[in-house]
Design a protein. Structure first.
Lengths: 300, 338, 257
C-alpha cells in the first residue's frame, strides 16, 4: 500500500505540472533573435496568411522574401511554389512559427485567435482587412511600410488610385446600371452591401440590386431575382471551364438582363481577392456596365 | 488485469502516469519537425529552469506556446466532457445521454455564431459560454414543473425542444450570413486551436466540476437504483440533481465555448470505463476524466500524425470513431436482451 | 414506546384522497401484514409512512417526533423500504448492500470497518454473503430480492417497510425470506409492516394483520383475532373457509360451483 501511495503522489504531481504550467506561465516570449535589427525595417522572412496579401506582397516586389503562404495563394505564378501554411480559415500556427518569420500579414476579422497566439509567441503580426477599394490602397501603404518597400508602395498607390479616379471620371456621370452579381449558382448567392464586391459594383458605376441586405453574401430565390429585374447580370466563374450559372439554368427570359443580352462572366479572383487585381476587376466591371464610356480605356 | 481492477487506487495512479506519458508524447507530434531531444530540453527548461543552449527559440515557442497549450486543452476538455457524460447517464438513467443532451451545445454554438457574424470574434468564448448558460436556464425553467416523478423525462424533452429551437436560430443565422458559413461550420466541428490568453478559467471550472461530482459520487451510486429508492436511502434527490445539473452544465459550457462541439467523448468514454471497472462512481468519475483526456489527446494526435486527416477538425475524428463504437454497444446490448 | 404512531391520517394524490382516517400504533417486534383488495392504497400507506407522500391531514410520528421534522437522511436511518426492484444493475452484491449504509456515513468520509462488518452480517443473515463479488444482473430474482433485504438490514432500521416482498419468488424463496424477516423483527427490536398479496403467507409469518377496505381500516389486530370468516367476507366480498392445524391457520375461498 505504501508503494502505491508514492505512485499516486508522483502521478498526481506530474499531471498537475502538465496542466498548470502552461496555464500559469502566460509570460510573453521574447522575440526570436533572427538577425540584425535591420530585419525589422526590411524583414527578410515574410509569411502571408491570405491570398490577397500574397498578391500585394508580390506586387510590391517582395516575392522573393515570402517564405510561406496560404493554400489558395495561386497568383502570381511564383506564389504557387512557396511553402503553404494551411487554409486561411484554419492556418497551421506551428508551421508559421517553424518558418521563423520576421513579420506575418494576417486578416483582422477571421484570424483573430491566430493573430493572438502568434503575438503571444513573440512574432510580429500586421493585420489588414480591406473591405473597399480605397481600403485596399490603405492596406498597401501599411504593408509596404512594414516590409521596407516604401518606394514601390508609393508607386503602386499612385497607379491604383489613378486607375480608380480615372474609372470614376469616366463612368461617374453616367446613370448607374442595376446589377445582379451571382457569386454561386446552387444555391443562388449574391452580395449584400457589406461585401467587398458591393463596393466594386458601386465604383464601377452600377447599383447592387441587393444592396438592401446588410450582410456580405446572401442567398436569393428566383422570385426575388425576378422582382429585382436587373439590367446587367454578372456571373463569377470559379475556374477556367466553369460555365455554369443560375441564369442559364433557368428559364428567366423575361428579365431585362436576359432580354437585352447583358449576361457576363468575370473570373472570381478579380472580384473576391482584395488586392491589386481588384482594380483590374474594377476596370472589367466598368467595361461591362458602361462599354460606351470605357471604350477609350487603354489596356496596359 | 483482474488483480489491478481490484485495487482502484493503483489503477488510477497508473492511468494518470500513462496519461502524462501520452501527453509528453503528443508534445513531439506536429507539423513542424522538432526532434525529441529538443522537446525534452524545452520541457526541462520550462519546468525546472535547466536551459539548454542548442534549442532555438523557435523550437521553444512551438513546443511550449503552441503544442503544450493544445495538449493541456485536450486534457481539460476531454476530462470535462467525459465526467459530464458520466453524470448525465446516471442522473437520467439513460445510457444514451451525453453532455449535450440538454441543448447546452446549441446555446454555445449560437453564441459563437453571433460573435462571428457581428465581427466580434474576440468575444467568441464569452458569448459561447453565455449561450450555454442561457440555454440551460431555459431548459431548466421549462423542464422542472414540479417535483414529479416524471420530471426527468420533462427535462430531457425540454432539452430536445430548446436544442432544436436554438439550432433553428443558428441555421437561420448561417443562411443569412452565408459569407461566414465556413467559419461557423469550422467552429461547430470542434477544434483545439482556439488559442486564448489563459487556460486558467477553464481549468478551474473543470476541476471544480469534477470535485463537485466526486463529492456526490456515492449519492450518484444510490440514485442509479431509481429516484424513489434513492430517497428511501436518504439521498436528497432534488438537491443533488440540481447541484450536478448546474456544475456539469458549467463544465460542458466551458468546454464547448473553447473547443466547439466535440462529440462522443461524453457518450463513449463513460461506457468504456464502466465496462472496465463497473459502475461505482467514486472510481468511474476520475477514471472517466483520465480516459476522456487520453481519448481526446489521441484524436487530436491523429489529426496531426496522419496527413490524410490533418485538415479534419478534431470533433469529426471523435465522431468517426464514436459512431462505430456506439453501434457496437447497441449491437451487444440487443444480443444480451435476446 | 411506540415506534410508529399514525393518527387520523388522510392521504392521497392530487387532492384525491386514497386513505382516510387511518389510526395505527406500532411497537417493536410486530410483523404487521397489510392485506387489501387491489387499488385500495396499500402502497400509498407505505409511501406515507416512509415520508415520501405528505399527509393531507392527520399526523405520523416516528419515535414521538413528527415525520416532517426528520431530514431525509435521518428518516433513512430509522426506516428502510424494500420494494420489488426490477432495475438490473451492474453493481456487485457487496456494493449494493453497502449502499444501505449511505444514511449513516457522513458526507466527507467513506465506509468504516464497522460499516463493513454490518454489511457482512446482514449479507450472511440473508444468505447472500457468498455471492458478494458477483454482479447483481447475473443473479436470480430470489437472490436479488435477498440482496435488497440485506441492504435494508444494513440500514439498521427501527421500522422495516416491505411492498410485496415475495411477489416474483418461488415457494422456497418466499418461505426463506419471510422466515428471515420474522426472525429479525423479533431479535432486532424492529417493527415490520409488509404489504402482502398472499393472505396465507401473511398468516404464517405475521404477528398482526391490517385489513384495508375502500381506503379505511376494516380490522387491525392479532392474526387470530382479525382472520375471521366475517372479516374476510367484508374484505373480499367472498366466502372463505378457515382451516387450522398445529402450525398455522389457512384460509380458502369457497368456489361457487
Amino acid at each position: 500500500m505504501d508503494r502505491s501511495k508514492w505512485l499516486y503522489l508522483i502521478s498526481g504531481v506530474l499531471l498537475a505540472a502538465m496542466l498548470l504550467t502552461p496555464v500559469l506561465s502566460t509570460k510573453q516570449q521574447e522575440r526570436p533573435q533572427q538577425g540584425p535589427a535591420a530585419s525589422y525595417d526590411k524583414p527578410q522572412r515574410i509569411v502571408s496568411m491570405s491570398p490577397g496579401n500574397t498578391e500585394i506582397l508580390f506586387a510590391l516586389g517582395a516575392g522573393d522574401r515570402v517564405v510561406g503562404v496560404t493554400s489558395y495563394s495561386d497568383y502570381p505564378e511564383e506564389a504557387k511554389s512557396k511553402p503553404t501554411i494551411g487554409g486561411y480559415h484554419a492556418p497551421d500556427v506551428e508551421k508559421i512559427v517553424a518558418l521563423s518569420p520576421d513579420v506575418v500579414f494576417a486578416m483582422t476579422d477571421i484570424q483573430t485567435k491566430y493573430i493572438h497566439i502568434l503575438k503571444q509567441a513573440g512574432i510580429r503580426v500586421v493585420a489588414v482587412e480591406p473591405k473597399t477599394l480605397p481600403e485596399i490602397i490603405a492596406a498597401i501603404d501599411v504593408i509596404s511600410e512594414a516590409i521596407g518597400e516604401q518606394d514601390r508602395g508609393r508607386e503602386l498607390h499612385l497607379t491604383l488610385s489613378t486607375q480608380l479616379a480615372q474609372v470614376r471620371k469616366l463612368v461617374g456621370d453616367a446613370p448607374p446600371r442595376r446589377t445582379f452579381l451571382e457569386v454561386w449558382d446552387a444555391p443562388l448567392l449574391t452580395v449584400g452591401r457589406q461585401s467587398f464586391i458591393h463596393d466594386l459594383i458601386t465604383q464601377a458605376g452600377g447599383i447592387n440590386v441587393s444592396a438592401d441586405k446588410n450582410v456580405d453574401y446572401t442567398p436569393c430565390d428566383i422570385e426575388t431575382l425576378y422582382a429585382y429585374n436587373p439590367e446587367v447580370y454578372v456571373v463569377l466563374s470559379h475556374s477556367r471551364n466553369d460555365t455554369r450559372s443560375f441564369i442559364t439554368g433557368s428559364n428567366l427570359a423575361d428579365i431585362a438582363a436576359v432580354k437585352t443580352n447583358q449576361v457576363f462572366s468575370i473570373t472570381d479572383d478579380l472580384l473576391q481577392r482584395p488586392g491589386p487585381r481588384s482594380f483590374t476587376g474594377l476596370v472589367k466591371l466598368a467595361e461591362i456596365l458602361h462599354p460606351q464610356e470605357m471604350k477609350d480605356w487603354e489596356t496596359k | 488485469m483482474k488483480h489491478l481492477l481490484a485495487r482502484p487506487r493503483v489503477l488510477l495512479s497508473i492511468s494518470t502516469l500513462l496519461l502524462a506519458a501520452l501527453a509528453l508524447y503528443m508534445l513531439t507530434v506536429g507539423t513542424a519537425a522538432v526532434p525529441i531531444d529538443a522537446v525534452f530540453s524545452v520541457i526541462l527548461d520550462q519546468l525546472f529552469g535547466i536551459t539548454s543552449p542548442d534549442i532555438s527559440s523557435t523550437q521553444q515557442i512551438i513546443v511550449w506556446n503552441i503544442r503544450w497549450q493544445r495538449v493541456a486543452l485536450a486534457m481539460i476538455v476531454g476530462s470535462g466532457l467525459a465526467v459530464s457524460g458520466a453524470c448525465f447517464q446516471t442522473m437520467f438513467k439513460n445510457p444514451l445521454a451525453d453532455p449535450f443532451v440538454l441543448g447546452v451545445s446549441s446555446g454555445a454554438a449560437l453564441g459563437a455564431a453571433i460573435s462571428i457574424v457581428t465581427h466580434r470574434t474576440e468575444l467568441m468564448i464569452i458569448l459561447a459560454f453565455t449561450g450555454a448558460i442561457l440555454s440551460l436556464t431555459l431548459v431548466y425553467f421549462f423542464g422542472q414543473r414540479s417535483v414529479h416523478i416524471r420530471s426527468d423525462q420533462q427535462l430531457l424533452l425540454a432539452g430536445i425542444a430548446c436544442g432544436a429551437m436554438l439550432n433553428a436560430i443558428l441555421s437561420a443565422l448561417v443562411a443569412l450570413h452565408s459569407g461566414q458559413m465556413q467559419m461557423i461550420l469550422f467552429w461547430l466541428m470542434g477544434s483545439l486551436t482556439n488559442y486564448m490568453d489563459s487556460l486558467l478559467p477553464i481549468l478551474v471550472i473543470v476541476v471544480l466540476g469534477l470535485a463537485g461530482a466526486l463529492l456526490y459520487a456515492r449519492d450518484l451510486d444510490v440514485m442509479a437504483l431509481g429516484d424513489e429508492e434513492a430517497r428511501f436511502l436518504g439521498v436528497d434527490v432534488a438537491k443533488v440533481k440540481l447541484f450536478l445539473l448546474v456544475s456539469t452544465t458549467l463544465m460542458t459550457g466551458a468546454c464547448v465555448s473553447v473547443s466547439g462541439i466535440i462529440g462522443f467523448i461524453g457518450l463513449i468514454v463513460p461506457h468504456l470505463v464502466r465496462k472496465l471497472i463497473g459502475p461505482e462512481h467514486l472510481i468511474l468519475l476520475p477514471l472517466s476524466a483520465i480516459c476522456g483526456a487520453g481519448f481526446l489527446l489521441l484524436a487530436d494526435g491523429l489529426t496531426r500524425l496522419v496527413p490524410l486527416v490533418s485538415g479534419i477538425p478534431v470533433g469529426v475524428v471523435t465522431a468517426l470513431f464514436g459512431s462505430p463504437f456506439f453501434l457496437y454497444v447497441l449491437y451487444t446490448a440487443g444480443r444480451r436482451i435476446q | 414506546m411506540n415506534i410508529l404512531q399514525i393518527q387520523s391520517l388522510d392521504v392521497g394524490y392530487n387532492s384525491k384522497t386514497v386513505l382516510q382516517d387511518i389510526n395505527l400504533a406500532v411497537t417493536a417486534g410486530q410483523f404487521i401484514s397489510v392485506i387489501a383488495p387491489n387499488g385500495t392504497g396499500k402502497s400509498t400507506l407505505l409511501k406515507a409512512i416512509a415520508g415520501i407522500l405528505k399527509p393531507m391531514s392527520g399526523t405520523i410520528c416516528l419515535h414521538d417526533k413528527a415525520l416532517t421534522n426528520y431530514s431525509r437522511r435521518e428518516l433513512a436511518q430509522q426506516i428502510a423500504v424494500v420494494g420489488s426492484e426490477v432495475t438490473m444493475q451492474e453493481y456487485t452484491a457487496l456494493q449494493m448492500v453497502l449502499m444501505g449504509r449511505f444514511p449513516h456515513i457522513p458526507r466527507f468520509s467513506g465506509p468504516t470497518p464497522h460499516d463493513h462488518t454490518i454489511v457482512q452480517t446482514a449479507m450472511e443473515e440473508a444468505g447472500v454473503w457468498d455471492k458478494r463479488l458477483q454482479s447483481c444482473s447475473e443473479l436470480s430474482q430470489g437472490e436479488r430480492q435477498k440482496i435488497i433485504i440485506a441492504r435494508a438490514l444494513a440500514q439498521q432500521p427501527k421500522l422495516l417497510l416491505l411492498d410485496e416482498p415475495t411477489a416474483h419468488l418461488d415457494v422456497s424463496n418466499q418461505f426463506s425470506i419471510l422466515h428471515l424477516i420474522k426472525k429479525l423483527a423479533l431479535n432486532k427490536d424492529m417493527a415490520v409492516i409488509a404489504v402482502m398479496h398472499d393472505i396465507n403467507l401473511a398468516l404464517q409469518f405475521s404477528t398482526d394483520l391490517l385489513f384495508l377496505k375502500k381506503g379505511r381500516i376494516l380490522a387491525y389486530g392479532n392474526c387470530r383475532d382479525v382472520a375471521t370468516s366475517y372479516n374476510l367476507r367484508q374484505l373480499y366480498d367472498m366466502d372463505f373457509t378457515l382451516h387450522s392445524d398445529a402450525a398455522a391457520t389457512y384460509v380458502r375461498p369457497n368456489i361457487m360451483e
